[in-house]
Design a protein around this ligand. Structure first.
Ligand code: PRP
Ligand code: ADE
Length: 172
């Protein structure tokens, strides 16, 4: 029987803090068939969408967004943790399922009117994704859609993203 993307995820209890069920994406990437299936299903989810730029969110979004950008022949733009990008940036601060963080992107990475796909490995509370969307819109871009390999449905991150189009391949 054909394996599902979900079956390649390993689940670790109480990481990084007690009470968190951590869904480890490295076990998907660490299996050539799992990685190919994940990329193929992500590409299928956005098939036919008009996209100018693909954004990936550090660190785990970098495992997927550049592959999609390369395959689709689109530019890849990194959203990084604060303090890593060398040129002028825009930034946003947000709360995580555990902790708080700030992210940044180069101010010239998006041109007004660009249709932007925002990619990450996983949506939990939705704070990271919403912060990325805020930066895209601050620069005059339009969020075409969000694409996540996994969604923690019990944290309702999708609601934080309101009316945006949201794709996820695996639901936990
Ligand atoms: C994880 C994950 C998403 C984010 C989702 O990254 O890769 O980027 O959390 O959480 P949210 O929906 O509650 O905002 P993390 O910040 O742990 O950093 P990492 O990618 O560097 O591991
Ligand atoms: N990022 C935020 N919450 C997570 C979880 N439960 N598993 C994996 N990555 C996460």
């Amino acid at each position: 029987m054909k394996k599902t993307v979900e079956s390649y995820f390993k689940t670790i209890a109480d990481f990084p803090t007690e009470g968190i069920l951590f869904r480890d994406v490295t076990s998907v990437l660490g299996d050539a068939d799992g990685f190919k299936l994940a990329i193929d299903e992500m590409l299928g989810a956005i098939d036919g969408e008009a996209i100018d730029v693909i954004i990936g969110i550090e660190a785990r979004g970098f495992m997927f967004a550049p592959v999609l950008a390369y395959t689709l022949g689109k530019p890849f733009v990194p959203v990084r943790k604060a303090g890593k990008l060398p040129r002028e940036t825009v930034s946003a601060t947000y709360a995580l399922e555990y902790g708080e963080a700030s992210i940044e992107m180069h101010a010239d990475a998006i041109s007004p009117g660009d249709r932007v796909l925002i990619v990450d490995d996983l949506i939990a509370t939705g704070g990271t994704a919403k912060a990325a969307a805020n930066m895209v819109e601050e620069l005059g871009g339009k969020v075409a859609s969000f694409l996540f390999l996994a969604e923690l449905t019990y944290l309702d991150g999708r609601e934080v993203l309101g009316d945006y189009k949201v794709h996820s391949i695996v639901e936990f």
